[in-house]
Design a protein around this ligand. Structure first.
Ligand SMILES: CC(C)(COP(=O)(O)OP(=O)(O)OC[C@H]1O[C@@H](n2cnc3c(N)ncnc32)[C@H](O)[C@@H]1OP(=O)(O)O)[C@@H](O)C(=O)NCCC(=O)NCCS
Length: 386
């Protein structure tokens, strides 16, 4: 773990959904909000890690220096970090390494994406290049199709009722309805879920995250640099990145994601904690089945049982283990590169009493989990109060 105690001292997000501004403009604005929320100024930032995995959709690469220019710090170094849907949590890991290792005192992490000017076919095609292009994408595979394959394998192996997946979606929408940052702020019923169109069997419309625009930023700083934080900081207890076989055809089984299993095991070791000590989670629920995978792979529930636990209400806001109080990727939305940072924004807001009616009962320790594509990469972070 890091040599210096490292904190998350500021965080900000816009409302996910459809943005008028470009990813670059939104990232700059949200970055400034995050820096100011930390009681800092842009000149305090020593490095920025910027994620914009599908910047190509706006004909813009190398966006980091442009964002730094907009912040008035053009001389500060910036690196663009791409790890598909886990891009900004990969950036967060780099920031923690920089600060913890003593290379910088304060580092900005920002992720942004804009795709709403594309139709579903074009957006799906862009996203699908994050899969195995020659074997999967070129042969027509898309992310809804790939996750449907995982869901089918799971259903074949473990008794799974559609209502189990439905309960994940209903809980996500109930939380999203209380989150001003969320793309969808509308509750849904089981009837609405079951009556929604099949997208890729067994996944229905409400099993899928939407295409969202959005931007989210966090500021990572050394405890000794901040001294008097403006808001209650998150102490970084674990920061882990893992990789795994991306090609689905080469995996030993399709009943979970090895990258998640390995990341969580390592994170719990780093933090000297176990799953029972985590108060709430933000997990990668790009499709409802992904939430069940995450909860089982990280050891919160035995394999094949997370669906029943979800249907029993264990993961709702005031349940035994609140999962995705933000609304998750399903309802808060999934602007790919902003997602990892936005999970930390949620933890920061919960810990600082800024979560309003979606507040969870206990906020001592939280975990964030963010997956790249179908599990080729994964990040797990654990935070606690001072
Ligand atoms: C599910 C999906 C195919 C729906 O796309 P679509 O059928 O073209 O839907 P549209 O954009 O035409 O929207 C139609 C309506 O459904 C709603 N909608 C779209 N996607 C939705 C979703 N995922 N959940 C709930 N509602 C959704 C829209 O808001 C719209 O509602 P309105 O008529 O009240 O305005 C698309 O959202 C999708 O592919 N999602 C997955 C994205 C993805 O793969 N991300 C990467 C994950 S690894």
């Amino acid at each position: 773990m890091s040599v210096r105690e490292t904190w998350i001292v500021g965080a900000a997000s816009n409302r996910f959904g459809r943005m008028k501004e470009s990813a670059r403009e939104a990232a700059t604005r949200v970055s400034l909000e995050a820096i100011r929320s930390a009681g800092l100024e842009p000149k305090d930032i020593g490095h920025t890690f910027v994620s914009n995995a599908f910047g190509i959709a706006e004909h813009q690469a190398h966006v980091g220096p442009l964002i730094n220019g907009g912040l008035g710090i053009p001389d500060v170094p910036s690196a663009t970090i791409e790890s598909a849907c886990s891009s900004s949590s990969a950036g967060l890991h780099e920031a923690i390494v920089h600060v913890g290792g003593g290379f910088e005192d304060a580092v900005l992490v920002v992720g942004a994406e804009k795709l709403s000017h594309l139709d579903t076919l074009a957006a799906t095609s862009y996203f699908a290049i994050a899969a195995d292009y020659p074997f999967e994408t070129k042969n027509g595979a898309t992310f809804p199709g790939l996750y449907a394959t995982l869901a089918s394998a799971y259903e074949h192996h473990y008794p799974t009722k559609p209502e189990m997946l439905g309960s994940v979606a209903i809980k996500a929408h109930a939380n999203g309805a209380r989150n001003p940052h969320a793309h969808f702020q509308k509750e849904i019923s089981m009837d609405t879920y079951l009556g929604s169109p099949m997208i890729a069997s067994p996944l229905r419309l409400y099993d899928c995250c939407p295409f969202s625009d959005g931007a989210a930023a966090v500021v990572v700083a050394a405890k000794e640099f901040v001294k008097k934080p403006a808001l209650e900081p998150l102490v970084v207890r674990a920061s882990v990145r893992t990789g795994s076989v991306t090609e689905m055809q080469d995996r030993p089984d399709l009943l979970g994601l090895p990258a998640t299993r390995n990341a969580a095991a390592k994170a719990f070791r780093q933090a000297h904690l176990e799953p029972s000590q985590i108060d709430f989670l933000e997990v990668h629920d790009c499709f409802t089945i992904a939430e069940l995978f995450a909860l089982e792979d990280m050891g919160f529930f035995p394999k094949g049982t997370a669906g029943a636990a979800s249907l029993d209400g264990v993961t709702v806001r005031d349940g035994k283990l609140p999962v995705n109080p933000s609304g998750g990727l399903k309802a808060k939305g999934h602007p790919v590169s902003a997602t990892g940072a936005s999970q930390v924004v949620e933890v920061f807001e919960q810990v600082n009493g800024l979560a309003g009616s979606r507040a969870v009962p206990k906020t001592e320790t939280a975990l964030t989990h963010n997956v790249g594509a179908t599990g080729g990469s994964c990040s797990v972070h654990i935070f606690s109060r001072r």
